[in-house]
Design a binder for this molecule. Sequence first.
Ligand SMILES: Cc1cc2nc3c(=O)[nH]c(=O)nc-3n(C[C@H](O)[C@H](O)[C@H](O)COP(=O)(O)O)c2cc1C
Length: 457
Amino acid sequence: MKDPESISYLTQQQAVEIDELLMGPFGFSVDQLMELAGLSVASAIAEVYRSSEYNRVLVICGPGNNGGDGLVAARHLHHFGYKTYICFPKRTAKPLYTGLVTQLESLSVPFLPLEGLPQELSNDFDILVDAIFGFSFHGMPRPPFDDLINLLVSIKEHDQTHQKSPVIVSVDTPSGWHVEEGDINGKGIKPDMLVSLTAPKLCAKMFCGPHHFLGGRFVPPSIVDKFKLRLPPYPGTSMCVRVRKPPQVDVQVQIPPENLEKHGEADPFVQFQKWFDDAVAAGVKEPNSMALSTASKDGKPSSRMVQLKGIHGEGFVWCSNYGSRKAHEISENPHASLLFYWSVLNRQVRVEGFVQKVSDEESEQYFRSRPRDIQIGPAVSEQSIVIPGRQLLHKKYKELEEKYSDGSMIPRPKHWGGYRLLPEHFEFWQGDESRVHLRLRYFAEEIGGKRVWRIVK
Ligand SMILES: Cc1cc2nc3c(=O)[nH]c(=O)nc-3n(C[C@H](O)[C@H](O)[C@H](O)COP(=O)(O)O)c2cc1C
């Protein structure tokens, strides 16, 4: 979501009301909501912190529903390939919780007693999940959770001494924060990731870590209407959606350039996703803008900006006018190159390969995902031809706007659709103040009928 202010934040009272409605007239059971919440949390963690790098997870569970969400998240994280541990100091005898504990025990997920927690959590875990208190919390944290919260606070103090420390993921609200006013005295947990559930609570406005996600993809439209909720749409089949980007991230610290080679992923798509996520987290404006270079059949090049719609079917997809100059060049010569440049990170990525049109069904999906006013655009514009006059285009736009003002479906013009570049080569470039720039290159090769990536550093 581009503007964080355009999203809704709930008061504590509203959060309670929505929960009551969901479990009352809307027919949800607490187990269902917990399952979906926990799955959302695990999905968000897996989206940002890959198990190959951040494998050891400690989930700290409180006595209520937030703790239950944590238990469910722990089960999913286990299945996602993380080495998961649980600290659940105040177990409850309710069947919902004993069931969750039994499920985890059957997976041999270790439950660590409070006194058995390692003193130096930093050495033993890569991710700490704070599932202690949720939106119904008020007052002061009581033992033993006060000490656990202090432990999480001290982790970040360690962080300032530049020791490697685990990341902290808070479920719905950072525990100990005021649900509406946030970290009142500035001495609370400073999570790296917050996964808001159903809708962010007011305290989330004060969250300034790099990763804010929303989960709980179950809110019925009538609740959205009743509470006038503005929530970001969930992409595809995802259980979570990124909400907000921080104003700035010191990426020189996050991934030091000299470590680029060490940090290179075996799969260039994974490497790309990591850098793209960094660009999003660093607040890059339109990180998906890329220069597309094509060439005519006699090798004369041309470049222009287009927008990446997504990486689907092993390729980079954008949409355009099939009558444009680029379309003409692609039809003559399918070899093309894409270039991303994220100046705040001093990074560029070049992707070279060959281009094909996506299927009509896929183009239709991209078209339908555009806001209605933008759907009208392609019907008006004939790209790369001499414009008969701006006024004429505006007139045509107005006519079409009027024609579809009743909400009827705007048909996709036949000349508008998607292209997919299937990469054969990637180059990741990291600039450095010392001017010792680093490059990580990947070349596609066929070995035994299988496509593999050769890395050249
Ligand atoms: C940031 C940015 C993003 C753009 N995204 C697209 C896009 O996704 N698809 C597109 O056809 N044109 C896009 N355009 C317009 C193209 O750059 C270009 O002007 C147009 O596609 C005609 O190009 P051609 O005559 O070389 O085919 C974008 C322009 C800018 C500046």
